[in-house]
Design a protein around this ligand. Sequence first.
Ligand code: CUA
Length: 329
Amino acid sequence: MVSRLWLNVCVVGGLLAVACSGPQSALNPAGEDATEIATLFWWMSGGAALIWLLMMALTFYSVFGPRLAQAHRVGHWLIVGGGVVLPVVVLVPLLAIGLAPLSRAGAHRSDGAITIDVSGEQWWWRVRYHTPAQRAVDVANEIRLPVGVRVDLRLTSDNVIHAFWIPSLAGKIDMIPGRTTELSLRPTRVGRFRGVCAEYCGTAHALMAFDVEVLGRDEFDRWLDRQAAPAAEPVEVSERRGRERFDANGCGACHSIRGTSSRGGVGPDLTHVGGRFSLAAGTQPNSREALASFIAHAGAHKPGAEMPSFAMLPAEEIADMAAYLRGLE
Ligand code: CUA
């Protein structure tokens, strides 16, 4: 009996410990703002634990303590102490600790050097960088940030409410149609992280994630320069065939590939899709096979997506298009 209890404690404790790490953990912060939130969490948890322990102690005392504890006069002091003094002593400091990060969050200001517009789509992320060197660079489903630099994000949506959340870096904030909400964040260490949509927004809500990478400043600048450049020319024969099929099937009506005639703005920008960490908003590996499967069965991979499935095309044609897109690094 006792050993089974310990087994359960170990399993639950292990799961909790695992939940505290990884690329998507608010308790393993990699940003100034996430660190404040994690600190607040531990203070609040400590306060809650303290109150719980005191209440349990009082409960045991009242049940098993001397009869005197149940006398009217002692009851009076328990109410004053446990009902007035204790909550004031515990809750007032917790309130102060809770309000402090809120006021600091409003005071966080960047120098405005890097602004990123992010729009919640159904169900992916439209991302546009603005820097003094690069006026507007379109990316999708991926955000890379320079370490140690405060960056402003302007968030919006033209469909339903989504919520933008990179747990390792900062708090979450809603993306509201017809409005622009703002989030400022400052990563404190390099690494790969994961962002998610944190508000139920429809059929593929759970398939709406994105990759985040925090880089050294120089590496970030080089990455952004590469993203700003037009798409690479196809090299292999299959890639060249793929580009022809991409154009012939009208994919450019929805997708943009800078440097080509594809200028569509409905779906994600594909100029450098081959260099991204993943496909389909953080849900598929970035490989030729996954690209081909998504082209053929978009609706199966992302139910409700606006992209039609192209399973009626010959498999070789789809494979060529996948080769072309994978080559766009
Ligand atoms: Cu977008 Cu949930």
